[in-house]
Design a protein around this ligand. Structure first.
Ligand code: FEO
Length: 182
């Protein structure tokens, strides 16, 4: 059982995670268009991760016998100035998501909702990794500056990022994660 306030806060987070997914999908399309196929791959992997984040909350709300209420997802931007602009925007977005997860945790604590606190711990840890990944790539992009060879090397590195999360949720999140070894 979770409170109406907790349910509403979790539903809002489903929307934020799905916005994150289409934001990275849009960034992937942009990278593909400008010939940065490795960057495009990195953002598509990120898209799949965000869908997992949304699906885990979607399923948790239902397991708690509460109502899922989906809402319209804001359109993401389509134009970006440079790879550094992409990752600066990505980091700023992830910092926003981190704050929203912290706010959710505050609701769970105020409601004395121990189950939701335990559930949300996975997201607290995940956000540290998300911001770390973005900071690492931003640091590399700053070193590369305007060097096309350096950019191509990073593009090749990002092409190697593999999807390690499930992409098929037809049998539920737990089954999909087990099948993907996630
Ligand atoms: Fe779902 Fe990138 O935070």
């Amino acid at each position: 059982m979770i409170s109406d306030k907790m349910t509403q806060a979790l539903n809002e987070q489903v929307n934020r995670e799905m916005y994150s997914a289409i934001l990275y999908m849009s960034m992937s399309a942009h990278c593909n268009q400008v010939g940065l196929k490795g960057f495009a791959n990195w953002f598509m992997v990120q898209y799949h991760e965000e869908m997992l984040h949304a699906m885990k909350i979607f399923e948790y709300i239902q397991r708690q016998g509460a109502q899922v209420k989906l809402a319209a997802i804001q359109a993401p931007p389509a134009d970006f100035k440079s790879p550094l602009d992409l990752f600066t925007q990505t980091l700023a977005h992830e910092q926003f998501i981190t704050r929203s997860i912290n706010d959710l945790m505050e609701v769970a604590i105020a409601e004395k909702d121990h189950a939701s606190q335990i559930f949300l711990e996975w997201y607290v840890t995940e956000q540290v990794e998300e911001e770390e990944n973005d900071n690492d790539i931003i640091a590399q992009l700053k070193l590369i500056s305007d060097n096309p060879q350096g950019l191509m090397m990073l593009d090749r590195e990002l092409a190697g990022r593999m999807t390690t999360v499930p992409t098929d949720f037809s049998k539920g999140v737990a089954a999909a994660m087990a099948a993907a070894g996630a």
